[in-house]
Design a protein around this ligand. Structure first.
Ligand SMILES: Cc1cc2nc3c(=O)[nH]c(=O)nc-3n(C[C@H](O)[C@H](O)[C@H](O)COP(=O)(O)O)c2cc1C
Length: 226
C-alpha cells in the first residue's frame, strides 16, 4: 500500500512509535555520568581508528581570522584532561599557537549523535623528551609525512611533497632520522567541555568547566538549553 493511502493520524502514530524505540542512555539526566561518558568517547577515539572521535577538528586564531583543520587524536589523559596530537613544526598552526595558545576542538559522532566542543590551551613540544618519546613509539608509516617539503608552501606542480625515494612505500627508520626535527607533539589541556546529544525524545546540552589549569581542578557542571 502506498504511504499516501495511510491516513495522516496513522502515519503520526507510526512515527511516534518509532521515536519510542530509541531509549535514553543511562547518563541522560546525570551530569557526572554525562561527563564520564564524554571522556570515554574521547578515550575510544584514541584507540579505535574507526571511531568518529579519532579525527576531531582543531580551531586556532590566525592573523587572517579563524583556522580549523582535522587532526588525528593520538592520546588522552583523563586525569589531566590532556589530549595529544602530532604535527609538523613547519606548519602554519605553530606560529598561530605562539601568538595565541587558546584553541577549540570539535568532535562529532553521527551514530551516537553526540557533539563535543572543547576549549583549552595548547602546548607545543619539539626536540624535547616528550617529542623524542612519541617519535620513537610511532609507526614509520605515520612519520613519513615529516620527510616532506614544508606543508602549505606553494608548489609549481602537483606534488605529494615527499622525496621520490620514499614515495609509495614505508620508510626505514634510518631514512626517517632527518625528519625528526620536523616533528612536534601538540598537547591541549581542556578547560571547558560542552556536550550536545541530539535525541528524538529530548536533546541534552551541558557545560563542564575547570577553573584553573591545575590537573585535578574542580569541575563546575550545568545543563544548558539545547
Ligand atoms: C583525516 C585527516 C587526518 C589528519 N591528521 C593530521 C595530524 O594528525 N596532524 C596534522 O598536523 N595534520 C593532520 N591532517 C592535516 C591537517 O588537517 C592540516 O591540513 C595540516 O595540519 C595543515 O594545517 P595548518 O596549515 O593549519 O597548520 C589531517 C587531515 C585529515 C583529513
Amino acid at each position: 500500500m502506498s504511504s499516501t493511502l495511510i491516513p495522516p493520524t496513522a502515519q503520526n502514530a507510526a512515527a511516534a512509535s518509532d521515536r519510542t524505540i530509541e531509549p535514553f542512555p543511562d547518563h541522560h539526566n546525570d551530569l557526572s555520568a554525562t561527563l564520564k561518558f564524554a571522556w570515554q568517547m574521547v578515550g575510544r577515539g584514541v584507540q579505535d581508528r574507526r571511531s568518529a572521535f579519532h579525527t576531531p577538528v582543531l580551531a586556532t586564531q590566525s592573523a587572517d581570522g579563524p583556522q580549523a583543520r582535522v587532526l588525528v587524536l593520538r592520546a588522552f589523559d583523563v586525569a589531566t584532561r590532556t589530549l595529544t596530537f602530532h604535527t609538523d613544526t613547519r606548519s602554519a598552526k605553530l606560529p598561530e599557537l605562539t601568538q595565541d595558545n587558546r584553541v577549540a576542538l570539535t568532535f562529532y559522532d553521527a551514530a551516537r549523535k553526540v557533539q563535543l566542543r572543547l576549549g583549552g590551551v595548547a602546548t607545543v613540544h619539539a626536540n624535547d623528551a616528550l617529542s623524542h618519546q612519541r617519535w620513537a613509539a610511532a609507526r614509520p608509516s605515520s612519520l613519513r609525512c615529516y620527510l616532506g617539503a614544508q606543508p602549505g608552501a606553494p608548489s609549481p606542480e602537483p606534488t605529494s611533497g615527499l622525496p621520490s625515494q620514499v614515495e609509495g612505500r614505508e620508510p626505514e627508520w634510518q631514512e626517517l632520522a632527518v625528519a625528526e626535527p620536523n616533528f612536534a607533539v601538540l598537547q591541549i589541556a581542556a578547560q571547558r567541555l560542552e556536550w550536545l546529544h541530539l535525541h528524538t525524545r529530548g536533546q541534552r546540552r551541558a557545560l563542564f568547566t575547570w577553573g584553573s589549569s591545575d590537573a585535578g581542578g574542580d569541575c563546575a557542571m550545568q545543563w544548558l538549553n539545547p
